[in-house]
Design a protein around this ligand. Structure first.
Ligand code: HEC
Length: 118
């Protein structure tokens, strides 16, 4: 009985340690200090979104290949709602894994700053 209790305690302690570690790792690697349109937003759109949301016939009639178009989607809430998988929005990128929490945070910061062209 004692052994089982010790084992359970050890598992609980070990798993909480693991959780702490992940939190630290995330905080250390997600640099949200200097978020800009050109450095933080454009590369993500280019590699995850433009294939469907660029050119003459963009999916869902949402264009994301010029600043003006991205700004429109940012300010009407659709850009953030779709990548954050908020209810009421269509989850993006379509048929792919969600963007990382760190990337989504950067979009939130940029949009909250007024979606500047910087
Ligand atoms: C494989 C193609 C594809 C990719 C990649 C893709 N989308 Fe979409 N997206 C679509 C389609 C198709 C629709 C329209 C869906 C519909 O109307 O049912 C859409 C709709 C949207 C909408 C409108 C959502 C709404 O709720 O009205 C936004 C905003 C959007 N996409 C942003 C993005 C962003 C940002 C990315 C990259 C992170 C992305 N999409 C990647 C295909 C794609």
């Amino acid at each position: 009985m004692k052994t089982i209790l010790i084992a359970i305690t050890a598992i609980v302690l070990l798993s909480s340690c693991y959780y702490d570690k992940e939190e630290n790792l995330y905080g250390a690697t997600c640099d949200t200090g200097a978020v800009t349109y050109n450095a933080s937003i454009v590369p993500v759109l280019a590699s995850n979104c433009i294939s469907c949301h660029g050119g003459a016939f963009p999916s869902g009639n949402i264009k994301l290949d010029t600043y003006t178009d991205v700004r429109t989607a940012a300010l009407n809430g659709k850009l953030y709602g779709s990548i954050a998988h908020s209810s009421g929005f269509i989850a993006m990128p379509q048929n792919a894994a969600p963007l990382s929490n760190c990337t989504i945070s950067k979009f939130r910061i940029w949009i909250n700053n007024g979606a500047p062209n910087n």
